[in-house]
Design a protein around this ligand. Structure first.
Ligand code: PLP
Length: 392
């Protein structure tokens, strides 16, 4: 009998992070540094707003594009941040940034269209492009350049078939934040070669040392060729609420909303009420979370730098560290599994982010300081037990 699976389902990639996570789920006493989500609770004012909304009967379908007040608030906030006008018609509210990216690709990519994906990369991009029938061209991000996208290498990667590129800054998994010069270079290329930019700004709120975040859409001639994707998941510790949004030229945003009509109708009404309340959370509250992440990053960097053989690149944003383990000569997935089985520390193998991630592991520091200290202690034991690293 047939298994009825489509070719699409058959070939959908399986995340290497899940492989470690599933194995960790069968064990006790594991320190989880493999999954990327805030460990903070959603601010209470947001939770209360959702209760109030549900009690008041906000339990029906909403417009596919999202609740008008929320779309207006998003447009207003973005206009003031980027210094260019945005209106609610350019906003579609989605189930997290994930759905925003998928909808954006579904309304812009035709089979055979090429998308440049700087790599290592967040694994979902690959699945999203494949679901649209597009093809992926990966462009290696070099550790020697602080994992920042190089506009010259990007120019060389563009072909006749390239329709779009993914720009993820602050970057998952490396934590790199694109500086203005590179951002200008990418924007110039996009304008010269008529490219669309999927600007994944999921971590826009999470930069360290007061480093300002700048959206590529704010540069001259870019708003009309950029789909901005953002989410409340990371900024307000709201991963489970599933609210994000895309902001795009009106025709694209409208098509994304129309597509939404055929997938989930709309984003959860109660979650949209929660997201609306997120705009009233004082900047001091969210700023405190960012400062705490920064302190944890520093703690982890200090500890890991004392372990012979590891190369630690200090992330500039997000809550990840991308650590080079190539000196030990063990494939990243095997090393991650051994670290888990022998010392009960779960990390994501770099290869979960594309083959360019071989030789690295990603650690998420959205975890308590006590756990991070203990993870460093266990890692010191683990790496000391491996063969002497070759000098790097
Ligand atoms: C780079 C990046 N983009 C987008 C997302 C989407 O997050 P969500 O769907 O929770 O908004 C994530 C989540 O981990 C991410 O790491």
């Amino acid at each position: 009998m047939s298994d009825f699976l489509s070719e699409r389902a058959r070939t959908l990639p399986y995340s290497g992070i899940r492989e470690v996570f599933d194995l960790a789920g069968t064990m006790d006493g594991v320190i989880h540094l493999e999954i990327g989500e805030p460990d903070f609770k959603t601010p209470p004012s947001i939770v209360k707003a959702s209760f109030r909304a549900a009690a008041a009967g906000m339990t029906h379908y909403t417009s596919s594009a999202g609740v008008p007040e929320l779309r207006a608030r998003i447009a207003e906030r973005l206009a003031s941040e980027l210094g260019i006008p945005f209106g609610p018609a350019e906003v579609t509210v989605t189930a997290g940034g994930m759905e925003a990216l998928l909808l954006a690709m579904l309304v812009t990519l035709d089979p055979g269209d090429e998308v440049i994906v700087p790599s290592p990369h967040w694994p979902n991009y690959e699945a999203h492009v494949l679901l649209c029938g597009g093809t992926i061209k990966r462009l290696r991000l070099e550790e020697s350049q602080g994992f920042r996208l190089d506009p010259v290498a990007l120019r060389n990667a563009v072909s006749e078939r390239t329709k779009a590129l993914i720009l993820n800054s602050p970057h998952n998994p490396t934590g790199a934040v694109l500086d203005d010069e590179r951002l200008e270079g990418v924007a110039k290329l996009a304008r010269d070669r008529d490219l669309l930019v999927f600007a994944d700004e999921a971590y826009a709120c999470l930069t360290f040392e007061g480093r300002p975040f700048r959206s590529i859409a704010s540069l001259a001639g870019m708003k009309e060729r950029t789909v901005i994707v953002r989410t409340f998941s990371k900024s307000h510790a709201m991963t489970g609420w599933r609210v994000g949004y895309l902001v795009a030229p009106r025709a694209l945003a409208e098509r994304a909303a129309r597509l939404h009509e055929h997938t989930s109708a709309c984003t959860s009404s109660v979650s949209q009420a929660a997201a609306l309340a997120a705009f009233d959370v004082p900047a001091e509250t969210t700023g405190k979370m960012v400062r705490e992440y920064e302190g944890r990053r520093d703690l982890l960097v200090r500890g890991l730098k004392r372990i012979p053989g590891l190369r630690v690149w200090k992330s500039e944003g997000t809550f990840y560290l991308f650590v080079a383990v190539d000196a030990f000569g063990i494939p990243a997935l095997e090393l991650a599994k051994r670290l888990l089985l022998e010392e009960r520390v779960a990390v994501a193998p770099g290869t979960a982010f594309g083959e360019e991630g071989e030789g690295y592991v990603r650690l998420c520091f959205a975890n308590s300081r006590a756990n991070l200290r203990e993870a460093v202690r266990r890692m010191r034991v683990f790496f000391a037990g491996l063969q002497t690293p070759t000098p790097c």
